[in-house]
Design a protein around this ligand. Structure first.
Ligand code: B12
Length: 172
């Protein structure tokens, strides 16, 4: 059976820059999130106000969840030139292929490998698509820390990275 180091290595072999594993447990920022929503800081993003109990605890997303595998993909390579003024400029994170699809494909492939190692366990890949506090779990998994600008930042990489996760019932 794979241990967390082997799972991290598997994620890196799929092209992710960083990976880590943490326990699926309740958010440490329950009160922060609830106040943020009560103060209507989410503006028109009404969907953030739905499934709050799920967002605060991955065990409400995947019943019996034990672990969260967190990954980060880099974006915004410095050699990318800005487009000419006539075409407008596209935010770095949005250039190239749709990261939701691209990262999810690799997360599904990792899940397929892990299903063989952990028969009978469930694996749910998430890239923005599920109510999960991706930054908080990524910090817990040790792949960076949440900066004052609210993004996950890692020394040497900065914060130009996109996050994804696999919530699983497997104990890793
Ligand atoms: C909604 C959303 C947005 C909204 C609102 C942003 C926001 N403040 O949350 C909008 C559309 C504005 C947005 C913009 C951007 N986003 Co966005 N967004 C999300 C999404 C889908 C949900 C975030 C969420 O739950 N917000 C709710 C609020 C309450 O969360 P919060 O402020 O982080 O507070 C929580 C914790 O941080 C914690 N907390 C509070 N204080 C502290 C302090 C410390 C030290 C710690 C550890 C925790 C902590 O308490 C809260 C509850 O846990 C996530 C994906 C996901 N599922 O997580 C991507 C995500 C956060 N976005 C991302 C990106 C890349 C961006 C942009 C850079 C894109 C761009 N270029 O425009 C900007 C950056 C803007 C910014 N500085 O926040 C990435 C961030 C990657 C990274 N390096 O961290 C994510 C993770 C998407 C991804 N899959 O990679 N985003």
């Amino acid at each position: 059976m794979l241990d967390s180091k082997s799972v991290v290595d598997l994620c890196i072999s799929k092209g992710f820059a960083l990976a880590g594993v943490t326990t699926a447990s309740h958010s440490s920022h329950d009160a922060v999130l609830r106040k943020w929503l009560k103060d209507e800081k989410h503006g028109e993003m009404e969907w953030l106000n739905r499934n709050v109990d799920v967002r605060l605890d991955p065990r409400n997303l995947v019943e019996g969840a034990a672990s969260v595998i967190c990954v980060a993909d880099r974006y915004g390579k410095l050699e990318e030139e800005p487009l000419c003024a006539r075409d407008g400029r596209i935010a770095r994170y949005a250039r190239g292929r749709d990261y939701h699809k691209e990262m999810k494909k690799r997360l599904h492939s990792i899940s397929d490998t892990l299903r063989e190692e952990f028969p009978g366990e469930q694996f749910r890949a998430c890239v923005d698509t599920a109510p999960l506090l991706e930054r908080e779990f990524a910090q817990r998994a040790g792949i960076g820390s949440v900066g004052k600008h609210t993004l996950l930042i890692e020394q040497g990489i900065g914060s130009w990275m996109l996050l994804g996760a696999i919530v699983t019932t497997a104990v890793i």
